[in-house]
Design a protein. Sequence first.
Length: 250
Amino acid sequence: MKHEQMKSMKNLITLAACLAVTLAGVGATRAQQASASYRMTPHDPFEKRKFNTKPVKPGPKLIEAPPIESRIQQYKERKAAAVAAQLPAPKPTTAFLLNEVHVTGIFRTPRGWAAMVEADPIKLSYTVYPGETFYNGMLVAIEESRLVFRREARWTDGKRETTVEMKPLALPNAVKDGMTTTASTGPTATHMSPSLPALGASLNDDAMKKMVEDFTKLLLPMFGSPANVDPNSPEMKTLMERLKGAAKPK
């Protein structure tokens, strides 16, 4: 009995060992098959990766004004269409940008304040009133020394942006030249008219000489500068006759 139990135990151990060897062989075979069937990666590991990015939509851009020739042609077409339809024709200022005009004069009229502006591209002047429209803006108000405009900028997305712009009254050329002159050109004692000092030298009385110099200083502002003192002018002749009469002995 005991011998049979030992024999059964050996058979179980042998069967377990065979089963273990069989399982180990199957695992090794599967491992070899897995290593033999290598799957390549979908991309080269040394290649720079490319990401799928969505296209960026361009943002709104400022609409630039067409050239002056195109704007003038558009104005002519609008004017012809208005005349054909028996409607008021548009003003010529609608073809010019605000930076293409400058203010040359401001004055009062029965309608109120008015201004004179000059279009730089064509060198023509126009009289404008508050409410006058330009290509990229409108005249809002007229003050004593400047014009107030409302500038309008248009974008491709339909947005409109408005800003306030001031244009001062341009100084006349004569005023500009006078402001740029140096102080050395002002009236001095050495810039006297040659006729008055000669008359003063011919007088023996020191008081008369002093009077000639005083008259010279008074006349210089009247003529604007010493170079403009004309000895043949009526004022100068009258003054010299009076001085000669005063210098004669009584």
